[in-house]
Ligand binder design. Structure first.
Ligand code: GTP
Ligand code: MN
Ligand code: MN
Length: 431
């Protein structure tokens, strides 16, 4: 007999980190609306709306892991994390094909402007809202308004390269960048290891940046690598803008601050890192037709308008050495460095957002889980660790607050084991 969605889903575990959330799922028509409303709540930027955003995201996550498309509101009656507001939204979608509330939000002037402004590198909801209240509405408005963004070098760079930075970074570009960095590391010390984390490691074909984790098998030898690497990249003329942050880690960090849960709100960690913008040759953009092409129309358009379609990569994430920290890649030939800046349109490179994070080897696997994400998955892991195990999980370590000691991990599997969780592959962490 055919089982109902109810029968198949009533045992969905409470925490997102206890269940598989694939990249592609059956309820985009619902999650799209919920994510718009979550975003809108985020923009409002206060405690009450923080909770509202979280509630919308939690609900969206439940829909992402359902085994089939929801066709009737009775199917979701027994699901947890679905409150009356979300039920009304789902009902609206099932009756009319779309959510009038989400549509109204999407067409709202403030929301549209907030989307545009927070899309600029270095701009958060507070600044975006300030600009909105000054009557500014478009990127052009910001560029003309000389006095505002120029005060902040990060924002003015974000504006200068806005077109590039809103063009999605493709997997082939993440690979090319990893090759380039791998090559430099090899000439310093081939024992340095790097792994591309973030959305690409979760199987996404494009993203807003490239997140790269760096480490060395000998504890302590990771120190200084970033300075050396950045120096080399700078000499090649690849750095456009960047901010290097020193490591602020010490043993007191774990036991101390924020044990009550404040740290759940922020993704901040204490690693040495570089948050910046690099030049990457245009020819690194090659279309990936494997899977998971983002449904976002703008991205599709951009993909097809500006791509070199000659080479089609069929690489899946599990076949890529960069995505697997255990797989020490063989030496590669250095790709040639980018040519000189020749103005905007005929230049040979795109500006790309890059995060480089350095971790000591003893913290590597916690850092890997933390920087693989998703953001919401991390939040769920940390909340679960705190509530169910009385442990504090960060991107540095797992700390048992009762026994007052650190629990080491020598693989990602061990991180999950230490948390008494079934192991989830990166591609199953897309909540
Ligand atoms: P796209 O870049 O848009 O593809 O998505 P993404 O999932 O890669 O997001 P992002 O690059 O913003 O972050 C990657 C992961 O690193 C996410 O899980 C974040 O939670 C995490 N992350 C981002 N910034 C920080 C940070 O400062 N500290 C820590 N610990 N984690 C961070
Ligand atoms: Mn990323
Ligand atoms: Mn990032």
């Amino acid at each position: 007999a055919k089982t109902t969605v109810n029968e198949r889903t009533e045992n969905i575990p409470i925490y997102e980190c206890q269940r598989e959330t694939p990249l592609q799922h059956h309820n985009e028509h619902i999650t799209h609306a919920l994510e718009i409303l979550a975003k809108e709540a985020d923009f409002r930027n206060d405690d009450i709306n923080y909770s509202r955003a979280l509630a919308f995201r939690r609900a969206a996550c439940v829909f992402k892991c359902l085994p089939s498309r929801v066709e009737g509101v009775q199917e979701i009656q027994s699901l947890h994390n679905i409150g009356s507001h979300v039920k009304r939204i789902v009902e609206d979608i099932l009756d009319n094909g779309y959510s009038s509330e989400a549509e109204k939000t999407e067409n709202n002037d403030w929301f549209k402007t907030m989307m545009t402004f927070t899309g600029v590198f270095g701009v958060g909801p507070a600044i975006a809202d300030k600009w909105y209240r000054l009557g500014l509405r478009t990127i052009e408005d910001l560029k003309i308004e000389q006095t505002l963004p120029n005060k902040d070098e990060r924002i003015s760079t974000g504006l200068t390269f806005h077109d590039d930075l809103t063009l999605p970074v493709l997997r082939s570009e993440a690979e090319a960048l990893a090759d380039l960095i791998r090559c430099e590391l090899d000439t310093i010390d081939p024992q340095y290891q790097l792994v591309v984390t973030g959305g690409f490691r979760r199987g996404k074909d494009c993203g807003h940046d490239v997140d790269i984790l760096l480490t060395h098998p000998v504890e302590g030898k990771e120190k200084g690598i970033l300075e050396d690497l950045l120096h080399r990249l700078d000499r090649q003329g690849r750095l456009i803008y960047g901010k290097r942050e020193q490591s602020t880690w010490n043993d007191g960090v774990l036991q101390g601050e924020n044990i009550k849960g404040q740290y759940l709100k922020s993704t901040l960690d204490h690693f040495e890192k570089w948050i910046g913008i690099m030049k990457l040759d245009k020819k690194c953009r090659q279309c990936c037709l494997n899977y998971g092409l983002n449904s976002n129309e703008k991205q599709q358009e951009l993909l097809h308008s500006s791509l070199d379609m000659k080479k089609v990569s069929h690489l899946r994430p599990d076949t890529m050495s960069h995505m697997d920290p255990k797989n020490n890649s063989t030496k590669r030939k250095c790709p040639s460095s980018s040519s000189e800046d020749r103005g905007t349109n005929d230049r040979t490179w795109y500006a790309r957002r890059v995060d480089l994070i350095v971790t000591p080897t003893s913290q590597f696997y916690y850092a890997l889980v933390g920087w693989t994400g998703s953001k919401h998955f991390n939040r769920s892991l940390r909340l679960y660790a705190q509530k169910e195990l009385h442990m504090k999980l960060t991107s540095h370590a797992l700390y048992d607050t009762t026994k007052k000691h650190l629990i080491p991990a020598n693989s990602e599997q061990e991180v999950f084991k230490n948390l008494h969780l079934r192991y989830l592959e990166p591609v199953e962490r897309n909540c």
